[in-house]
Design a protein around this ligand. Structure first.
Ligand SMILES: Nc1ncnc2c1ncn2[C@@H]1O[C@H](COP(=O)(O)OP(=O)(O)OP(=O)(O)O)[C@@H](O)[C@H]1O
Ligand SMILES: [Zn+2]
Length: 763
């Protein structure tokens, strides 16, 4: 695909140069050197090497270099930078046989490292996550029948092996590997090897699976659906953007307005230009319906990139992307760092979603870094959402992003009617969570042959388990958190920590007072809600959708299929089911606890709750039949609830934006957090104090610093945590202040300092 339209991308001079024997080059190693995060952004991240005779290197070349006694992999970043005498430099050992890391991608690594205050080596590792992919695949061994008849008795296992191989050969498949055959015949590898030794099977070379080539390519010329007038205008603007260069296009359309169909036109435009497209989604497991629609539009599937892909598959996929053999990739945030050979478009779907923020390792926001990559690659970025983030809208306001609006649902569908159920008037018994009006709405929907969805954003059976004899509450041994009871797992009820994964059997007796059978679950989780609905409405077919019951894409697809086939009357789930689904017969949505997210009081509590509930509400009435949304609340006057009922998103966002502006909070101010943690509380405190002192020296004038204060989750995985929060105006360079402060603070042993620029979570 790189052959067409290379004119659109000016050749980068810096990349055109060649390093020859005797030249010095700076190499960024893939491994962080000596784990010294304090050196992030400094020159010490890269090391100089000499180019040996017989090796020509371009910038971006992936090379092996000696480091101490080891050979490590790194990337040529540019000309040498140090002043060490040439005689003291070691030569590059050799090149690895993969496409070089492009100039824009190298600049992205540098930009992400400095923005997130992370070692560039750690960011580079996200670009080159699979060592084996850096060499071409070796030809693999495949098995064929020799024609020799097996000697002696033919066991059932051996017969199964022979059947698998002859069936494959008859179907024209490439010769399978030993492991493939063993799996298909359900025998051990030894059985297959035995047949090779006996001369019944022979090993032949088959071409190493390159991946991507076998799959048909998406075809942009297939006709898409006829677009409505607003959709046509929005699509034209996006298609135009694909022909230009960098811009950010905010596709702001109500739920069910057809944003997907519209940005598919931009993907088609990129494909027509022979370029690759990347679509980032919050969770790849939830893309079943999206993939169906992609296939319907383009006649072939895109590449799905996610962490659960098998190792061999990931390796092939990575190379296929790097070699330009994959036209479209859909993936979760890590796909942002794939080495596209010729990227032409980035789409971030559900751009407001908090799942785009990576909270471990390199702490980055994939939406924001996607915009950075778009700018560096000179390609457009489409941010699609029915509930854009305030950050995004502020950039629209500033004129930096363009907004394309879709004000109405597609076709005959209308926005659902939203009502509050004031729970203060409902007088439900303490163990009931579904009010009479909500129950009635579900019954009515089922009577009309329609479906209902109940939403509660809490996994498990009950968020708290308490001993009725002594009041003891079951806590996680290594976190500041209650243990959550889960009942849907094998082997009886379990208590699980949602922060660290600690998992124990629900004990028979209270660990504090010894009383037996006195545990009481407190409050509802999705499993308890399902139990209640099954009891209240025994004639209805209930299904549960939460990450505990839907472990991967297949389980999700199975449940989606049942919903689409009308085999489910009531779908009960967590935020997992809020994202993008389209069920034509779903007309009633019930939010069991609309107040749940509002209590937190962090910066985005109201915005997040609004987004989540608007998305959930948006699942109702997406086809011919009108939808109805019922919000159970104890606070019907809350601005979020009022805005949802009135359908006044813009009014709500304006008020929210005003409050942030007054407070100098993001997106009108800039924040960065520091989390210091250590097994010993005194160590954590001492380092946090030092960091605060350092920050007072490095922060720009006018910036404020809060803390150190114990984090809301003061203990996590056995580590004590303290937080600092730096607040400044938008122009301030907080990453720089953070990087400088870290240089000043020695961080030893088990103490950890995490820097979170633009924090989303305050726990
Ligand atoms: N022009 C069109 N012709 C036919 N069907 C369409 C058209 N536009 C949208 N649709 C259909 O309408 C439904 C809703 O569209 P889509 O899912 O793209 O909306 P959305 O804006 O992404 O919604 P959400 O934000 O809720 O995910 C889908 O089934 C889609 O196939
Ligand atoms: Zn825990």
């Amino acid at each position: 695909m790189t052959t067409q339209d290379t004119s659109a991308k000016p050749a980068c001079d810096a990349d055109a140069r060649l390093f020859r024997a005797g030249d010095r080059v700076a190499v960024l190693p893939l491994q962080a050197m000596g784990g010294q995060p304090g050196r992030a952004g400094g020159r010490l991240d890269r090391l100089d090497y000499l180019v040996p005779p017989g090796l020509d290197l371009t910038p971006g070349a992936v090379v092996r270099v000696p480091l101490g006694p080891r050979q490590i992999t790194g990337v040529v970043w540019g000309p040498g930078e140090g002043d060490l005498a040439a005689t003291r430099l070691k030569p590059v050992t050799g090149r690895r046989d993969c496409p070089p890391v492009s100039g824009p991608l190298r600049r992205l690594v540098d930009a992400v490292a400095s923005y997130t205050v992370s070692p560039p080596a750690g960011v580079l590792r996200m670009v080159l996550p699979i060592d084996e992919a850096l060499d071409p695949p070796r030809p693999e061994a495949g098995l064929v029948l020799t024609g020799a008849a097996p000697q002696g008795r033919l066991t059932a296992q051996r017969r199964a092996v022979l059947e698998v191989i002859s069936a494959g050969a008859a179907a024209g498949d490439t010769p399978p590997s030993v492991a493939d055959v063993a799996r298909a015949a359900d025998v051990s590898d030894g059985v297959v090897r035995g047949l090779i030794e006996a001369g019944v099977l022979a090993v032949v070379e088959r071409p190493g699976g390159r991946g991507g080539d076998e799959a048909p390519a998406p075809d942009p010329e297939r006709p898409g659906p006829a677009l409505g007038p607003d959709q046509t205008a929005a699509a034209a603007a996006l298609v135009d953007a694909v022909a230009q260069g960098f811009s950010v296009e905010v596709l702001d359309g109500v739920t069910g307005s057809g944003k997907t169909e519209v940005y598919f036109e931009a993907i088609a435009a990129a494909l027509r230009r022979g370029r690759q497209a990347l679509v980032l989604v919050p969770e790849i497991a939830l893309t079943t319906q999206w993939l169906e629609r992609f296939r319907a539009r383009f006649g072939a599937a895109p590449l799905s990139w996610h962490s659960e892909l098998g190792h061999a598959h990931r390796r092939r996929a990575w190379r296929a992307v790097a070699e330009g053999r994959v036209p479209v990739v859909v993936g979760a945030r890590s796909a942002l760092f794939l080495p596209f050979a010729d990227l032409g478009l980035i789409v971030v779907d559900e751009e407001h979603d908090a799942a785009f923020k990576q909270e471990e390792g390199v702490i980055y926001h994939a939406r924001d870094m996607a915009v950075m990559r778009g700018a560096l690659e000179a390609v457009p970025v489409v941010l699609a959402s029915a509930t854009p983030a305030l950050e995004t809208l502020a950039n629209v306001e500033r004129g930096r992003y363009h907004r394309r609006r879709l004000a109405a649902r597609h076709g005959a569908a209308v926005m659902p009617a939203v009502e509050a159920i004031d729970m203060r008037g409902q007088r439900l018994p303490a163990v009931r969570f579904v009010s009479e009006p909500l129950k009635q709405a579900i019954v009515d929907a089922a009577a009309r042959g329609e479906q209902a969805m109940l939403f509660i954003n809490r996994r498990g059976y009950a968020p708290l388990t308490l001993c009725r004899a002594c009041g003891h509450r079951m806590r996680c041994p290594s976190c500041d958190a209650w243990l959550v009871e889960h009942r849907l797992r094998a082997g009886g009820p379990r208590l699980i920590c949602h922060h660290c994964g600690h998992d124990e059997k629900l004990p028979d007796a209270c660990p504090d007072c010894g009383a037996e059978d006195k545990f009481a679950p407190c409050g509802p989780g999705v499993e308890r809600l399902a139990e209640e609905v099954a009891g209240l409405l025994p004639d209805l077919r209930v299904a549960v959708m939460t990450s505990d019951t839907i472990a991967g894409p297949e389980a999700a697809a199975e449940l989606i299929g049942r919903m689409e086939a009308g085999a489910v009357d009531v779908l009960i789930g967590t935020q997992m089911m809020a994202k993008g689904y389209h069920f034509p017969k779903l007309t009633v949505v019930g939010v069991v606890d609309a107040d749940l997210g509002l209590a937190g009081g962090d910066l985005r509590a109201a915005e997040r709750t609004y987004q989540l509930l608007a998305q959930v509400a948006g699942r109702a009435g997406r086809a011919e039949r009108p939808g109805r949304v019922l919000l159970q609340t104890y606070d019907p006057g809350h601005p979020v609830i009022r805005a949802l009922i009135a359908g006044d998103r813009d009014g709500f966002l304006e008020a929210e934006a005003d409050a942030r502006r007054q407070a100098g909070a993001p997106p009108y101010g800039r924040w960065a957090a520091v989390i210091v943690s250590a097994p010993d509380v005194g160590d954590a405190r001492a380092t946090a104090d030092l960091f605060a002192r350092a920050l007072r020296r490095t922060l720009p004038p006018g910036a404020r610093l809060l803390g150190p204060a114990p984090a809301p989750i003061g203990l996590l995985r056995g580590r004590h945590r303290l937080r600092l929060l730096a607040m400044a105006d938008r122009a301030a360079d907080l990453p720089l202040a953070m990087a400088r402060a870290r240089e000043l603070v020695p961080v030893r042993g088990a103490i950890r300092v995490q820097i979170d620029v633009d924090p989303q979570s305050f726990l």
